[in-house]
Structures are given as structure tokens and as C-alpha cells.
Design a protein around this ligand. Structure first.
Ligand SMILES: [Fe+2]
Ligand SMILES: [Fe+2]
Length: 392
């Protein structure tokens, strides 16, 4: 046997049919020598190290796949889940040691944090668009690529202001489906945080939110992109998407049963009026209830080819007063009471074209805040014939 200075096997002798052969070992980069896996403490991990194992959480969901090049986000996620050490491929270590001398890991993470949320948001949406396209042409294995987007969304779990800002301002009519899935993922994650769920649960909510409409990739684009109302037959076809989505992901490695269940039941309603199974109240899982609220909010605030978006305040009003019997009231209250406060300080345009600033949110009526104009305060809940038309 011949080994290099890192202990990689370069050449070995094997005996077959009483003949001696020499086998030259090549590693995954085409170089000489087998990759050796070494265990590294999470605090010593650096960007660009490559994982040599798939790491799972306690529910069997994947935190990071083998052969993933790590970055600051992946490392902080592993720490969040309490991972203390993991296997990495040693063959790129010499390079990493040089990089670490030039650039401490703290700075690497800080640099990645400096990438604006809007840039990451647009990039994730673009990647999800590619995945949905691949799925619609039968490339089922592209579903595995969603892990990167889930990790990217999850890494921004504390950036609520930036998330609300992007969801409010970036609205592209023709790209609705892709932005919608990213938005539902982000909104579900925030609801999970506000409900003080465990990190594992919040991670699964990110997955479920991203994948909730994945079954639409199996439905004809003419129906998905049809401007205007769907016919009865088209609506019936569209209503198959939760079931299609469920079957697409239920056997995927790293997908918890609670995630696939949420995908299956995100259109169920508290009073049994939803689909596909007409489940009621406690028959609907907590995850499905959370996705339903995120899904409803994003759909109502979206610009579509056949309808103009409603302002977040109009949607707060509609959800607080018009969704009784449809959405879980406790989760809905958690959602509205938290998200509405992120709009304090926003400029809004009133029906009479005046511009005002949101200064106070009224808990009894989240959609009717107190505003400050140049010359007066306005309590929208008391003002007659005055409403918020647009958030600027
Ligand atoms: Fe849906
Ligand atoms: Fe949806």
C-alpha cells in the first residue's frame, strides 16, 4: 500500500485468481487517493468544507445532506439543532486551513449575513421556479434541491422586518406561484416562531410552506395560468393539487409525515367546508392550520392578472372578521396580533389620496390603525368613508 502525507490510500495491491494486481485509487476530485472522513467539532467548521454524512434531526428530517459544501447559514443551522460534530471530507482540508488563516469564520458568517434579504429572497424564488419547471417535465429528483431553499429560508428566522418588507413590496403578477410558495414558507416560519414552537417544528413548517402547492406542477399550465375564473371542471382539477403534492413527497427521504400531512390538508377548513377530505377542527393538524393561514394571507395580498392586491390592512380586516369558522381562531389571533405590528411606521395612501404614517395598531381592529398625517391624527376605525388603499 502507498499512502500520501494525509494518509490517503494511493495504490493498493489486491490478489485475484492468484495474480497480484495493483489498483490505483482515485478520489472524488479525480486526484490520487481515497477521501478520508474526519470528525470535526461544529465550532471548527468553516465555509466550503464538504459534509461526509447526511445529518438528520430527531424526527428523521434532513438538516444537511452528505456532499454539501457548507456555508455560514448551514453551520449556524447545525448549531441551532444542537449538532456538536460532524464528518467532513478531509481532502479539501489543506485548502481550508489556508483560507481560515486569511479569513476567520466569524467574518465569513458576518459577510453572508450582509447579503440583503431581498437578494436572497429573489434568488430562492428563482431556484424554486426552476425546480417547479423540472417537476412539471417529469424530473422528480429535483425535489431534493428544495433542501437548499428550506435552509436558506430557515436561516432568516429572526429577520421578521425584512421578511414582511419583501412580502409587502415585491409582487410580480406573472411569477405569482413561485413567490407565493416562498412567501407561505416565510409566513409559516414566523407563525411557528410566534407560537414558540421548537426549532425542529419551525424547520418542518418551512418545508411544508415551500412544498404546499407543489402538486400544482402536475396540473395543466392552461388551468394554473388562466386569467379569470375557472370553470367547474377546471376548479375540480385544481382541487387535486393537495393530493398530488402529498403523493409526490410522502416517500421522500427527509420529509416528516407531519410535513406531507400539512401539504395534503392545507385547504381543509375548521367548519368542514374545505377539501380534499372535509376535515373539521381538531381533525386538522396544527401544521395544516398554520399553512392555511399563511396561504390565505398571501393569496389575498397578491396581485393577480384578474384582481388587484388588497392592502395588508384590508386583509387583516377580512381575516379578523370574515374567516370565522374557516381558520383556527387562536392561531389566527397570534398571526394578526404579531404581523400587524410590523407595519407600524409604514407610509400608507388613503382613499382620499392623502399620505399618512401608521402609528398605532388597534387590537380590536387590526385593519383599522391610528395614522398620522401632516396636520392631524386619524383613527381609521372611527373615520367615516376613509380607508387605507395602499401600503407604500
Ligand atoms: Fe393550495
Ligand atoms: Fe397556496
Amino acid at each position: 500500500m502507498v499512502k500520501n502525507i494525509y494518509g490517503h490510500l494511493l495504490v493498493t495491491a489486491i490478489v485475484t485468481d492468484e495474480r497480484i494486481c495493483f489498483l490505483v485509487i482515485k478520489n472524488r476530485y479525480g486526484g490520487l487517493g481515497l477521501d478520508r472522513k474526519i470528525k470535526v467539532n461544529i465550532d471548527a467548521c468553516l465555509s466550503k468544507m464538504v459534509t461526509a454524512e447526511t445529518v438528520y434531526n430527531k424526527y428523521g428530517a434532513v438538516i444537511i445532506w452528505e456532499n454539501t459544501e457548507m456555508d455560514g447559514m448551514a453551520i449556524s443551522r447545525l448549531k441551532d439543532f444542537g449538532v456538536e460534530d460532524l464528518l467532513i471530507y478531509e481532502s479539501i482540508l489543506p485548502v481550508m486551513k489556508r483560507q481560515s488563516e486569511e479569513k476567520p469564520s466569524v467574518q465569513v458568517e458576518a459577510g453572508e449575513k450582509n447579503v440583503s434579504f431581498a437578494e436572497v429572497y429573489e434568488k430562492d424564488t428563482d431556484e424554486f421556479k426552476t425546480i417547479l419547471h423540472d417537476l412539471s417535465v417529469g424530473k422528480a429528483d429535483s425535489l431534493n434541491k428544495t433542501v437548499q431553499i428550506v435552509n436558506s429560508v430557515y436561516s432568516r428566522k429572526n429577520d421578521h422586518s425584512e421578511i414582511v418588507d419583501c412580502i409587502t413590496r415585491i409582487r410580480k403578477v406573472d411569477e405569482y406561484t413561485y413567490y407565493h410558495c416562498i412567501n407561505v414558507s416565510l409566513l409559516s416560519m414566523m407563525i411557528g416562531k410566534w407560537m414558540k414552537l421548537a426549532p425542529d417544528d419551525i424547520y418542518m413548517l418551512v418545508q411544508a410552506g415551500l412544498l404546499h402547492d407543489i402538486g400544482k406542477s402536475m396540473i395543466s399550465p392552461e388551468i394554473i395560468n388562466k386569467p379569470g375564473k375557472l370553470s367547474i371542471e377546471e376548479l375540480a382539477a385544481m382541487k387535486n393539487h393537495p393530493e398530488y403534492g402529498y403523493h409526490m413527497i410522502k416517500n421522500l427521504k427527509g420529509i416528516d409525515a407531519r410535513v406531507s400531512d400539512a401539504v395534503f390538508h392545507h385547504h381543509e377548513r375548521e367548519d368542514g367546508s374545505g377539501y380534499p377530505n372535509g376535515l373539521q377542527g381538531s381533525q386538522i393538524s396544527q401544521f395544516a392550520k398554520i399553512i392555511a393561514i399563511a396561504d390565505t394571507y398571501d393569496a389575498m395580498t397578491a396581485n393577480r392578472s384578474y384582481k388587484l392586491k388588497d392592502s395588508p390592512f384590508r386583509v387583516f380586516d377580512l381575516m379578523q372578521n370574515g374567516c370565522f369558522g374557516y381558520l383556527d381562531p387562536v392561531i389566527l389571533e397570534t398571526f394578526l396580533s404579531n404581523i400587524s405590528h410590523y407595519y407600524i411606521g409604514y407610509k400608507v395612501k388613503l382613499r382620499d389620496n392623502r399620505i399618512a404614517e401608521v402609528i398605532y395598531i388597534n387590537k380590536q381592529q387590526y385593519g383599522k390603525p391610528v395614522l398620522n398625517t401632516v396636520d392631524t391624527y386619524i383613527n381609521i376605525s372611527k373615520a367615516k368613508n376613509l380607508s387605507i388603499e395602499e401600503v407604500l
